[in-house]
Design a protein around this ligand. Structure first.
Ligand SMILES: *Cc1c(COP(=O)(O)O)cnc(C)c1O
Length: 387
């Protein structure tokens, strides 16, 4: 069918870019060494700290989230250092693969892709490491491949309970600006983030929020780095500049996106995402389908992964929904390919956008011949009629 009207981009990132952000980016590119840029640089570098919950430096890279993963590792670690990583899903798997390729030694704790990081296991691993060979614990806060959110504050407490000095590195690429996060209060050492999910920008920026302890570690970390090196960037950032040509127009967009988050208030932003996630689960269960996340404490606020019944191909269902209803849903990744689809409900989003999304999913499931209860959506609509 020839698509008409607005496309529904309901993948869990990139998310819908608000008009305000698009307009803010539609500006002439300026001299990145001039006074006008310095003003923009100083403003965004300061404003971005709030969404991380930090007063410490945040480095901004002109790169996708994967670049900021690499930056977090190469700035804090040395060849042969040992890490503990958790197989929460596809993104956790990719991050630890990157660590191995960089010459780090990884203890990869297996998982079933339906649970987050178990704080008890973190404590056990560190308690067993009396020689302090483990230098860092890696956690993906919101596993975008599964819709499971790990309890980072509890992981921090688990680390503290052992007195172990390992750094805590956290990927918040699909949670920052959508799900509550506190870099300073939770004692995270490096927080990795990206522009194209909760921050509502197009792809192209990524971030490292850096604790004092991580900054200290970077002085002796011996992994090779040049472009990703924090030191020259932090130095230039003091005057609002970058050591290379920054992504000026994306920074205009970032300034506007951060203003929008401030206007709504971060607490309201987080509550909105939790409410939409709850309504989505009500619809999924109303259809008689299963949510992938298996722990009630760990449901993601930014996306919901839905298991399709045996004998049905989730990618075929997604293709029907794209063709008939002009809506993109997230695919199953890695070992979940074909077994799940993912509904993104993060970023610039409201009740009617969710109602439209769920109506499209329901009609698409029926069109694809999946046996569901067609009253499923009603529970979600009931939920949306309450604050
Ligand atoms: C999207 C995502 C990534 C990958 O980020 P890119 O911008 O595609 O490099 C990594 N981790 C998580 C949790 C993500 O959601």
């Amino acid at each position: 069918m020839t698509p008409t009207g607005r496309h529904f981009l309901q993948i869990p990132g990139p998310t819908n870019t608000p008009e305000r952000v698009l307009r803010a980016m539609a500006a002439p590119t300026i001299d990145h060494r001039g006074p006008q840029f310095a003003e923009l640089g100083l403003e965004v570098l300061e404003a971005v700290k709030r969404v991380f919950g930090t007063t410490q430096p945040v480095v901004i890279y002109p790169a996708s989230g994967t670049g900021a993963w690499e930056a977090a590792l190469v700035n804090t670690l040395s060849p042969g250092d040992r890490l503990v990583c958790f197989e929460t899903g596809h993104f956790a798997t990719l991050w630890q693969e990157m660590a191995r390729r960089l010459g780090l030694e990884v203890d990869f704790v297996p998982g079933d892709w339906r649970h987050g990081v178990d704080p008890e296991t973190v404590a056990d691993k560190l308690r067993g490491d009396t020689g302090h060979r483990i230098k860092a614990v890696l956690v993906v806060h919101n596993e975008t491949s599964t819709g499971v959110t790990s309890r980072v504050a509890e992981v921090r407490n688990a680390i503290d309970s052992t007195g172990h000095p390992a750094l805590l590195l956290v990927d918040t690429i699909s949670s920052l600006g959508s799900i509550e996060y506190q870099h300073d209060v939770w004692g995270v050492d490096v927080t990795v983030a990206g522009s194209q999910k909760g921050l509502m920008l197009p792809p192209g920026l990524s971030f490292n929020a850096i604790s004092q302890k991580a900054l200290e570690a970077s002085k002796t970390a011996r992994l090779r780095r040049s472009f990703w090196d924090w030191q020259p960037i932090i130095e230039a950032n003091k005057r609002g500049f970058f050591p290379y040509t920054p992504a000026t127009n994306l920074l205009y967009g970032l300034r506007e996106g951060l203003r929008m988050l401030d206007e709504e208030g971060l607490a309201n932003v987080y509550a909105r995402h939790l409410r939409h996630a709850e309504a989505t689960r009500l619809a999924v269960r109303g259809w008689g389908l299963e949510v992938l996340c298996a722990d009630e404490r760990e449901h993601s606020g930014s996306l919901t992964a839905v298991l399709v019944p045996d004998g049905y191909d989730a990618d075929k269902i997604r293709a029907v929904i794209l063709d008939r209803y002009n809506m993109s849903l997230g695919a199953g990744l890695g070992k979940l390919t074909g077994r799940i689809f993912r509904i993104g409900h993060l970023g610039d989003f409201n009740d009617l956008m969710l109602a439209g999304t769920l109506a499209g999913v329901q009609m698409g499931l029926i069109a694809a011949g999946v046996p569901i209860d067609p009253t499923g959506i009603n529970a979600a609509l009931d939920r949306l009629q309450r604050p």
